[in-house]
Design a protein around this ligand. Structure first.
Ligand SMILES: Cc1cc2nc3c(=O)[nH]c(=O)nc-3n(C[C@H](O)[C@H](O)[C@H](O)COP(=O)(O)OP(=O)(O)OC[C@H]3O[C@@H](n4cnc5c(N)ncnc54)[C@H](O)[C@@H]3O)c2cc1C
Length: 528
């Protein structure tokens, strides 16, 4: 169980305070805790409450970055991808992609062939299953029967990987907590405490009871993503770009698709996730309020129009179940289009000694965070090297993943859990799925899905509510299990779920009502 304990921040001095509980903060805190530092991490809202739950969920090298000759970034990300597939087989799994080549495609067969060869080469020794394949038009159309086959010349498939971004963050926070870190969500950094111009701590405010605390820390890392980018020096260092995904009605295709938008030549994806389909993303400069990032009607129009160029049966707005929007932080550059700006990461250290994490990717956040913690250790005169490379994830089964998976799925089926829900249950919880299966054994009704269209069972909901530092209903339904974006939820459903978990979360009747209203407002405002 990960417990929120605001008091753990007080009357102690830490080696490191990490501000921001997205993927960068989570990796930095986990890495530092493994190296034996005393660590605190604070997050103003919920873990992964911002960009780290609004990504495309891909653990990938980024095939499209080959076009801008960003070989260093692709090689680095593919290196991390391969490691994560092994160290976290429950959290990061392979996903096959299709790339059709049409007569008018911007990238022709030869160029795509060369790019995919390079991509596989950068990924290292790949088995036949994981390397790319070329198909003629009829073979490719047979594999992707929902694609328009007219003017199709050929197609390729290649392998990347996929994850649940918010759960990855949570698992790393749990790892940091297990390593002794004080991990507190709903706790906002208000201001730094400076001594002789150097940051030596921070004033923080708990967002629940409104209590405040002074945290003393010898080193501070600011991993606040878009908030760092829109304050102080961050404005000079960073550029923001908005990315929107739509969630489309299933059934999802087995493989993902990489497509090119006809209107502007940008790459976008159609991706299966939890049995529905993600369509995205947009990539447009953003200068609005970092707190209010919403899916706009024009973005829905753009994505549907671009996807419909490729589909036999066009999608309409009625097929959109939901959507979510995120902001990429990128290094400031003079490129006119945000798509052309490098996604590589950078660390800046300001005059007061605070280390800022700028930009980056979910895929390569581990390596980037290791550089941050190296810098922290150098300041603290700590010689311990990074231990996160190749280390099994906190919830990964110890060894023999295939056999473990087989046994877990068999047991789940015996308990009456449908195969699709069982598959996602083990991906979501790793070895902790064993505890959930025990709960189902004691109460077979918990094997049922929460709603028929999504592979989340009731035992999962209850486990998350009980063990995963849930504060609000939206934490549970947006990030612990992403029901709010994957289904059309109504007040009745939210009330039913809130009533189920209220005793576990200590909510009274008025609080249940408030939680339901707040979730509904987020859905209606498309601010998810
Ligand atoms: C549309 C889109 C698609 C993407 N797809 C992919 C992909 O498929 N694969 C990939 O590898 N990468 C992808 N990325 C990039 C990746 O998602 C980001 O690089 C990553 O999530 C950034 O994480 P972060 O920790 O820097 O920021 P965030 O996740 O934004 O975390 C920053 C946190 O700091 C907190 N915070 C802010 N101010 C304070 C304060 N004062 N006190 C305490 N906490 C504070 C915020 O609440 C927030 O939770 C995508 C990005 C976008 C936008």
């Amino acid at each position: 169980m990960i417990k929120r304990d605001f008091l753990s921040l007080q009357s102690r001095s830490f080696d490191l305070l990490v501000v921001g509980g997205g993927i960068y903060g989570a990796w930095a805190a986990y890495d530092a805790a493994l190296r034996g530092l005393s660590v605190a991490i604070v997050e103003q809202g919920d873990w992964a409450g911002a960009t780290s739950s609004a990504s495309s969920k891909l653990v990938h090298g980024g095939l499209r970055y080959l076009e801008t000759f960003d070989f260093k970034l692709v090689r680095k990300a593919l290196h991390e991808r391969q490691m994560l597939l092994e160290a976290a087989p429950h959290r990061v799994w392979p996903l096959r992609f299709g790339v059709p080549v049409y007569e008018d495609s911007r990238i022709g067969t030869m160029q795509m062939w060369a790019g995919l060869n390079l991509y596989d080469f950068f990924a290292g020794n790949l088995s036949h299953d994981l390397s790319h394949h070329h198909y003629n038009s009829s073979e490719f159309a047979g594999r992707f029967p929902f694609l328009a086959a007219e003017h199709l010349k050929s197609g390729f498939t290649y392998t990347d990987a996929q994850t649940d971004d918010a759960r990855m963050v949570l698992e790393l926070v749990a790892g940091a907590a297990a390593g002794g870190a004080a991990c507190v969500n709903y706790c906002r950094l208000e201001e730094l405490i400076l001594e002789d111009g150097r940051a030596c701590g921070a004033r923080v405010r708990g967002q629940l009871a409104g209590s405040s605390a002074e945290i003393r820390a010898r080193q501070i890392v600011n991993a606040t993503g878009r908030w760092a980018a829109t304050a102080g020096e961050g404005r000079e260092w960073c550029r923001l770009s908005k990315g929107v995904h739509l969630v489309m009605v299933g059934p999802a295709p087995e493989s993902a698709l990489l497509l090119t938008a006809k209107s502007d030549g940008r790459v976008f994806f159609i991706i299966p996730w939890y049995g529905v389909t993600l369509l995205g993303t947009t990539d447009t400069d953003y200068s609005g309020d970092p707190e209010q990032v919403q899916v706009e009607p024009g973005e829905i129009e753009y994505l549907l129009a671009e996807a419909n160029h490729y589909l036999k049966t066009a999608w309409t707005e009625k097929d959109v179940i939901g959507g979510f929007a995120g902001l990429r932080v990128m290094k400031r550059s003079h490129d006119s289009s945000p798509s052309a700006v490098s996604r590589d990461w950078e660390m800046k250290t300001s005059a007061d000694g605070v280390h800022y994490s700028i930009g980056g990717k979910l895929t390569s956040a581990r390596e980037d965070a290791a550089h941050i913690v190296d810098a922290v250790c150098a300041q603290l005169n700590v010689g311990t090297p990074c231990l996160t490379w190749g280390k099994r994830f906190p919830w990964a089964p110890e060894a023999g993943y295939a056999a473990w998976l087989d046994a877990a799925l068999r047991r789940a089926t015996e308990l009456g859990i449908d195969p699709e829900s069982a598959k996602w249950l083990v991906r979501r919880h790793g070895k902790r799925a064993g505890e959930i299966l025990c709960n189902v054994e004691n109460n077979r009704s918990l094997a049922e899905r929460i709603i028929p269209t999504l592979p989340f069972i009731q035992a999962d909901l209850i486990f998350c509510a009980r063990n995963e530092m849930v504060v609000h209903l939206s934490d549970l339904l947006r990030r612990r299990l992403p029901l709010l974006i994957l289904a059309r939820v109504d007040e009745g459903l939210l009330q039913r779920i809130a009533a189920m978990v209220a005793p576990l979360l200590g909510w009274n009747e008025a609080e249940v009502k408030e939680e339901v209203c707040s979730c509904l407002a987020q859905v209606q405002e498309k601010n998810l």
